[in-house]
Design a binder for this molecule. Structure first.
Ligand code: PMP
Length: 383
């Protein structure tokens, strides 16, 4: 009787691999280097600040677009870091996580029949967001093993129906970043077109080896057409709070807010006041790249001399490891066996792929206590 309703709008989507691997790790007591979240706690002062704002009665709906103090702090940070001139009132919106920001940006722009270019491997919310809004994801594969952006293929993929390009820098799971040369190619492609950009920059403060973060906010041609997405969860080690934001020029923000106000309306109020204080005091984010670069280097040092071959990790808190010297199993089979038999959970990169066949690499999250990384590497080294 309700069969027509039950014809799935997302027939290829099941439970995400992150949920599957984290549950398996928990069930088996394995070390969980799969899902991307820290196993250490956030700054206790942040919890204290949130508690204080709750005690002070900041417990009702925040304004739909986010509390003014937080929007001002976000705009000030963008403008100082990237030379943009975002206006807190018209260009910045606070969301319930980066995921909501990505969904709203797609929902307010993409119509049935529109095409959206996405790069694989990609974060798994992009394609469902496009498809739920009636769009078609046009997948362009990054070139393995260096995961270079194939700009010639992007040019070839553009049609009169191309409405949007989805970008992610630093990129989960490949841990590559857009370079100045990539930005030049991108500008040449979109300049003079009506193509919009959703730029997922949730790892903007986790970029290694002194490289700059090439935010869309830095370049006028890109900024004018971009929704730039950030996440407090990543920056302040509070992924469970699901707090994000988007910066976009006023006409794009006006449309964005039409979607946002009917997806969540507004986000958790006391936390917004606490983040405003932390941003204004420049707490947390300035030292984040160095903090995670040390973790990356510790993880790689601990694996030196083993059969695991690291691919370069230039940003994010992920490290890809090539396992071709260990086994010729498919990545999913090996990831499951690694969890069951060796007690370390990872993510197979096939979970992020649509067209390309999966290379022999697994993704490991190094946002973990040093002792967790040490214990995990002890187990990984014996393979
Ligand atoms: N984009 C990427 C690339 C991510 O890795 C994540 C989190 N895993 C998100 C977006 C989602 O961020 P949030 O938790 O703030 O929704």
């Amino acid at each position: 009787m309700i069969t027509r309703v039950l014809t799935s709008k997302l027939p290829n989507v099941g439970t995400t691999i992150f949920t599957v691997m984290s549950k398996l790790a928990a069930d088996l007591g394995a070390i969980n280097l799969s899902q991307g979240f820290p196993d250490f706690d956030c700054d206790p002062a942040l919890v204290e600040a949130v508690a204080r704002y709750m005690r002070e009665g900041r417990n009702q709906y925040a304004p739909m677009q986010g509390v003014p103090a937080l929007r001002q702090a976000i705009a000030a940070k963008y403008n100082a870091l990237y030379g943009s001139s975002y206006d807190a009132d018209t260009d910045i919106t606070v969301t319930s996580g980066g995921t909501e920001a990505i969904f709203d940006a797609v929902a307010c722009i993409v119509r049935p029949g529109d095409e959206v270019i996405v790069f694989e491997p990609c974060y798994d919310s992009y394609v469902p967001a496009i498809e739920l809004n009636g769009g078609t994801a046009v997948v362009v594969s990054l070139r393995y093993p260096d995961y270079a952006f194939p700009w010639d293929e992007v040019r070839a993929a553009i049609t009169p129906r191309t409405r949007m390009i989805m970008l992610n820098t630093p990129l989960n799971p490949a841990a590559v970043i857009l370079t100045a040369a990539d930005i030049r190619e991108l500008i040449a492609i979109v300049d003079g077109t009506d193509i919009t950009i959703v730029s997922d920059e949730v790892y903007e403060h986790i970029v290694f080896d002194g490289a700059p973060h090439e935010s869309m906010a830095r370049h006028a041609v890109l900024r004018d057409r971009s929704f730039v997405v950030g996440s407090f969860g990543k920056t302040y080690s509070v992924t469970g709070w699901k707090m994000g934001y988007v910066a976009a020029p006023a006409p794009l923000t006006a449309e964005f807010r039409k979607a946002h106000q009917f997806v969540t309306f507004s986000s958790f109020t006391p936390v917004q006041y606490a983040f405003a204080d932390f941003l204004n005091e420049r707490r947390g984010w300035p030292e984040l790249s160095a903090f995670y670069q040390r973790k990356r280097d510790l993880f790689l040092d601990l694996l030196k001399g083993s059969h695991w071959k690291p691919l370069p990790s230039r940003g994010t808190y992920f490290q890809l490891l090539d396992y071709s010297a260990i086994t010729d199993e498919k990545d999913m089979d090996f990831a499951l066996r690694l969890t069951r038999e060796h007690g370390v959970a990872s993510i197979p990169t096939s979970a992020f792929l649509y067209k390309q066949s999966a290379p022999p690499v697994l993704r490991f999250c190094f946002a973990k206590k040093d002792e967790t990384l040490e214990k995990a590497c002890e187990k990984l080294r014996v393979l």
